[in-house]
Design a protein around this ligand. Structure first.
Ligand code: ADP
Ligand code: TYD
Length: 212
């Protein structure tokens, strides 16, 4: 019987990932799970370099960004201090705010999609999420939410780009449907309603595993 899980949240900027990660963590803890929350880009050196590029502090290029995400993700999985594999081995259910579907969706409008998928195959080989939760939201609504909450806009946070990223998410989720378990949640509703949809799905995964 599998006791702890690896769950990845996905969606365009402003789709409500951070909000839903927090709500799911509370529900999992109430169900008796130990939960560790993490995110990408991470705080490691490649992650910091990515953030500096997004904030226009250092010069950037889509190819460099794509490669840095590959390195950041491998370190996220493998680092001995608080890497995802380590936390899973200690019995935590790990929730990450973004994982390799983010690279497929954000990097492949700019560089070759097959390269992005191949470059992430080491990560997929090491650790596939038990569940990817993709929060689907209209780019118009997400940009409205972002504009309300923030003063600066990052590299990828324009309406045209979010539309391109959403299209990629939908296409790649379909492309990988035989390899990846993906639940698509409706993000165009109240946080409570989205959270309920997500919880119904996660609770049934917990239930199925407790019966094995
Ligand atoms: P992400 O992590 O995907 O960028 P956040 O959870 O940070 O998204 O949400 C972006 C903004 O929208 C925040 O200001 C948050 O409070 C707000 N928000 C999140 N979910 C909803 C929702 N369902 N309805 C309205 N506003 C929301
Ligand atoms: P983040 O700071 O998590 O923003 P948000 O909370 O709005 O999701 O993510 C920063 C940006 O990184 C976001 O625009 C998506 C982008 N990103 C990629 O382009 N590729 C990736 O592989 C990942 C993990 C993130």
């Amino acid at each position: 019987m599998k006791k702890n899980f690896f769950i990845a949240f996905e969606g365009i900027d402003g789709s409500g990932k951070s909000t839903q990660v927090k709500l799911l963590k509370e529900k999992l803890e109430a169900a008796g799970q130990k939960v560790y929350v993490t995110c990408e880009p991470t705080d490691s050196p490649p992650g910091k370099m990515i953030r500096d590029m997004f904030n226009h502090r250092i010069d950037s290029d889509h190819r460099t960004i794509a490669a840095l995400f590959v390195a950041d993700r491998l370190n996220h999985i493998l680092n001995k201090k608080d890497g995802i594999l380590k936390m899973l081995s200690e019995g935590y259910t790990v929730i990450t705010d973004r994982y390799y579907f983010s690279s497929y969706a954000y990097q492949s409008p700019h560089i070759d999609q097959d390269w992005v998928i191949k470059a992430n195959s080491l990560s997929a080989g090491l650790l596939r999420p038990d569940l990817n939760i993709y929060i689907d939201i209209s780019p118009e609504i997400s940009i409205e939410r972002l504009n309300k909450g923030r003063t600066s806009i990052e590299l990828y946070e324009t309406l045209d780009n979010l539309r391109a990223v959403r299209d990629k998410y939908i296409k790649i989720i379909d492309l990988l449907k035989d390899e990846e378990k993906v639940f698509i949640a409706n993000g165009n509703q109240s946080p409570e309603n989205t959270s309920k949809e997500i919880w119904d799905n996660v609770a049934s995964m917990l239930q199925e595993n407790s019966e094995k």
